[in-house]
Design a protein around this ligand. Structure first.
Ligand code: ATP
Length: 180
Protein backbone atom coordinates (compact mmCIF):
# COMPACT_ATOMS: atom_id res chain seq x y z
CA UNK A 1 0.00 0.00 0.00
CA UNK A 2 1.30 3.50 -0.79
CA UNK A 3 0.63 6.00 2.00
CA UNK A 4 1.41 9.62 1.07
CA UNK A 5 2.46 12.05 3.79
CA UNK A 6 1.85 15.58 2.58
CA UNK A 7 1.38 19.08 3.88
CA UNK A 8 2.74 22.60 3.84
CA UNK A 9 6.56 22.87 3.88
CA UNK A 10 7.77 22.74 7.49
CA UNK A 11 4.70 20.92 8.81
CA UNK A 12 6.69 17.81 9.74
CA UNK A 13 6.24 15.46 6.77
CA UNK A 14 9.76 13.97 6.78
CA UNK A 15 9.86 13.60 10.57
CA UNK A 16 6.50 11.83 10.68
CA UNK A 17 7.03 9.82 7.46
CA UNK A 18 10.27 8.28 8.71
CA UNK A 19 8.76 7.37 12.09
CA UNK A 20 5.62 5.97 10.48
CA UNK A 21 7.65 3.87 8.01
CA UNK A 22 9.56 2.41 10.95
CA UNK A 23 6.39 1.79 12.95
CA UNK A 24 4.62 0.02 10.06
CA UNK A 25 7.70 -1.69 8.63
CA UNK A 26 7.15 0.16 5.34
CA UNK A 27 9.80 1.46 2.95
CA UNK A 28 10.40 5.21 3.36
CA UNK A 29 10.59 7.07 0.02
CA UNK A 30 11.42 10.75 -0.21
CA UNK A 31 9.74 11.95 -3.41
CA UNK A 32 12.47 14.47 -4.22
CA UNK A 33 15.24 11.84 -3.90
CA UNK A 34 13.09 9.43 -5.94
CA UNK A 35 12.78 12.01 -8.75
CA UNK A 36 16.55 12.64 -8.78
CA UNK A 37 17.19 8.88 -8.87
CA UNK A 38 14.88 8.56 -11.91
CA UNK A 39 16.67 11.46 -13.55
CA UNK A 40 13.56 13.60 -13.83
CA UNK A 41 13.12 17.26 -12.99
CA UNK A 42 15.44 20.24 -13.24
CA UNK A 43 17.19 22.10 -10.43
CA UNK A 44 16.02 25.74 -10.27
CA UNK A 45 17.10 28.07 -7.43
CA UNK A 46 17.90 25.06 -5.27
CA UNK A 47 14.49 23.50 -5.90
CA UNK A 48 13.83 20.50 -8.11
CA UNK A 49 11.11 21.38 -10.62
CA UNK A 50 9.37 18.21 -11.79
CA UNK A 51 6.57 17.41 -14.20
CA UNK A 52 3.92 15.96 -11.83
CA UNK A 53 2.53 13.54 -14.43
CA UNK A 54 6.01 12.25 -15.24
CA UNK A 55 6.76 11.72 -11.54
CA UNK A 56 3.40 9.99 -11.08
CA UNK A 57 4.25 7.64 -13.96
CA UNK A 58 7.45 6.47 -12.22
CA UNK A 59 5.70 6.17 -8.83
CA UNK A 60 3.02 4.02 -10.49
CA UNK A 61 5.59 1.94 -12.37
CA UNK A 62 8.10 1.41 -9.55
CA UNK A 63 6.19 1.65 -6.27
CA UNK A 64 2.63 0.42 -6.97
CA UNK A 65 1.88 -2.70 -4.94
CA UNK A 66 4.73 -2.07 -2.51
CA UNK A 67 4.31 -0.97 1.14
CA UNK A 68 5.69 2.55 0.97
CA UNK A 69 5.48 5.79 2.92
CA UNK A 70 5.82 8.55 0.31
CA UNK A 71 7.18 11.78 1.79
CA UNK A 72 6.87 15.09 -0.05
CA UNK A 73 4.71 18.14 -0.64
CA UNK A 74 3.68 16.68 -4.03
CA UNK A 75 2.91 13.22 -2.64
CA UNK A 76 -0.85 13.91 -2.59
CA UNK A 77 -0.67 14.27 -6.39
CA UNK A 78 0.78 10.76 -6.74
CA UNK A 79 -1.11 7.45 -7.20
CA UNK A 80 -1.43 6.63 -3.47
CA UNK A 81 -3.85 4.36 -1.59
CA UNK A 82 -4.20 6.78 1.31
CA UNK A 83 -3.14 10.42 1.68
CA UNK A 84 -2.30 11.77 5.13
CA UNK A 85 -2.42 15.58 5.19
CA UNK A 86 -0.49 16.97 8.15
CA UNK A 87 -1.66 20.31 9.50
CA UNK A 88 -0.08 22.73 11.98
CA UNK A 89 -1.05 26.13 13.39
CA UNK A 90 0.23 28.55 10.71
CA UNK A 91 2.29 30.30 13.42
CA UNK A 92 4.30 27.07 13.82
CA UNK A 93 4.89 26.91 10.06
CA UNK A 94 6.01 30.56 10.12
CA UNK A 95 8.41 30.04 12.99
CA UNK A 96 9.94 26.87 11.54
CA UNK A 97 10.46 28.34 8.07
CA UNK A 98 11.92 31.53 9.55
CA UNK A 99 14.28 29.39 11.62
CA UNK A 100 15.24 27.59 8.41
CA UNK A 101 16.23 30.95 6.95
CA UNK A 102 13.49 31.11 4.30
CA UNK A 103 13.09 34.56 2.72
CA UNK A 104 10.20 36.52 4.24
CA UNK A 105 8.11 36.23 1.09
CA UNK A 106 8.40 32.43 1.10
CA UNK A 107 7.52 32.24 4.80
CA UNK A 108 4.40 34.30 4.18
CA UNK A 109 3.46 32.26 1.10
CA UNK A 110 3.56 29.00 3.06
CA UNK A 111 1.85 30.43 6.15
CA UNK A 112 -0.94 31.64 3.88
CA UNK A 113 -1.14 28.25 2.15
CA UNK A 114 -1.58 26.54 5.53
CA UNK A 115 -4.16 29.14 6.58
CA UNK A 116 -6.37 28.50 3.55
CA UNK A 117 -5.96 24.69 3.39
CA UNK A 118 -4.21 24.64 -0.03
CA UNK A 119 -2.74 21.13 0.27
CA UNK A 120 -5.90 19.66 1.84
CA UNK A 121 -8.04 21.00 -1.00
CA UNK A 122 -5.62 19.64 -3.62
CA UNK A 123 -5.56 16.24 -1.87
CA UNK A 124 -9.36 16.04 -1.72
CA UNK A 125 -9.57 16.94 -5.41
CA UNK A 126 -7.22 14.04 -6.24
CA UNK A 127 -8.21 11.33 -3.78
CA UNK A 128 -11.16 9.88 -1.89
CA UNK A 129 -9.00 8.41 0.89
CA UNK A 130 -7.71 11.50 2.70
CA UNK A 131 -6.95 11.66 6.43
CA UNK A 132 -6.19 15.04 7.95
CA UNK A 133 -4.09 15.12 11.14
CA UNK A 134 -3.53 18.23 13.23
CA UNK A 135 0.04 18.04 14.58
CA UNK A 136 -0.26 21.22 16.66
CA UNK A 137 1.02 20.65 20.20
CA UNK A 138 1.80 16.98 19.52
CA UNK A 139 5.19 15.24 19.43
CA UNK A 140 6.09 13.37 16.23
CA UNK A 141 5.52 10.13 18.17
CA UNK A 142 2.01 11.24 19.21
CA UNK A 143 1.21 12.13 15.59
CA UNK A 144 2.40 8.71 14.40
CA UNK A 145 0.40 6.99 17.15
CA UNK A 146 -2.74 8.84 16.04
CA UNK A 147 -2.15 7.85 12.41
CA UNK A 148 -1.55 4.19 13.30
CA UNK A 149 -4.75 4.14 15.39
CA UNK A 150 -6.76 5.62 12.50
CA UNK A 151 -5.31 3.12 10.01
CA UNK A 152 -5.98 0.24 12.40
CA UNK A 153 -9.63 1.37 12.67
CA UNK A 154 -9.78 1.29 8.88
CA UNK A 155 -10.36 5.03 8.62
CA UNK A 156 -10.22 6.04 4.96
CA UNK A 157 -11.42 9.61 5.17
CA UNK A 158 -11.27 12.23 7.92
CA UNK A 159 -11.14 15.83 6.77
CA UNK A 160 -12.25 19.29 7.91
CA UNK A 161 -10.71 19.01 11.37
CA UNK A 162 -8.96 22.39 11.47
CA UNK A 163 -10.14 25.91 10.73
CA UNK A 164 -7.27 28.36 11.04
CA UNK A 165 -9.50 31.33 10.26
CA UNK A 166 -10.35 31.23 13.96
CA UNK A 167 -6.72 32.11 14.79
CA UNK A 168 -6.27 34.65 11.99
CA UNK A 169 -5.27 37.45 14.36
CA UNK A 170 -2.38 35.38 15.70
CA UNK A 171 -0.86 34.93 12.26
CA UNK A 172 -1.21 38.31 10.58
CA UNK A 173 2.44 39.12 11.48
CA UNK A 174 3.50 36.30 9.12
CA UNK A 175 1.18 37.19 6.26
CA UNK A 176 1.85 39.43 3.25
CA UNK A 177 -0.89 41.58 4.72
CA UNK A 178 1.39 41.95 7.73
CA UNK A 179 4.07 43.70 5.67
CA UNK A 180 4.03 47.49 5.89
N1 ATP B 1 5.44 17.18 15.90
C1 ATP B 1 6.53 17.97 15.95
N2 ATP B 1 6.82 18.64 17.08
C2 ATP B 1 7.89 19.46 17.13
N3 ATP B 1 8.75 19.69 16.09
C3 ATP B 1 8.49 19.03 14.95
C4 ATP B 1 7.39 18.14 14.81
N4 ATP B 1 7.40 17.64 13.53
C5 ATP B 1 8.47 18.19 12.93
N5 ATP B 1 9.13 19.02 13.76
C6 ATP B 1 10.30 19.84 13.45
O1 ATP B 1 9.89 20.77 12.45
C7 ATP B 1 10.92 20.95 11.47
C8 ATP B 1 10.38 20.57 10.10
O2 ATP B 1 10.14 19.18 10.10
P1 ATP B 1 10.24 18.36 8.71
O3 ATP B 1 11.53 18.66 8.03
O4 ATP B 1 9.87 16.96 9.00
O5 ATP B 1 9.07 19.10 7.90
P2 ATP B 1 8.70 18.87 6.38
O6 ATP B 1 7.24 19.06 6.27
O7 ATP B 1 9.27 17.60 5.87
O8 ATP B 1 9.46 20.07 5.72
P3 ATP B 1 9.80 20.20 4.15
O9 ATP B 1 8.53 20.06 3.39
O10 ATP B 1 10.37 21.57 4.04
O11 ATP B 1 10.78 19.12 3.86
C9 ATP B 1 12.09 20.07 11.92
O12 ATP B 1 12.97 20.89 12.69
C10 ATP B 1 11.42 19.04 12.84
O13 ATP B 1 12.31 18.58 13.82
Amino acid sequence: MIISITGTPGVGKTTVAKLLAEELGYEYVNLRDFAVEKGIGVEKDGELEVEVDELAYYVERDLKGKDVILDGHLSHLMPADIVIVLRAHPKIIGERLKERGYPEEKVKENVEAELVDVILVEAIEEHENVIEVDTTGKTPEEVVEEIVELLKKGTKRRVGIVDWSEVYDEITPYLRLGIR
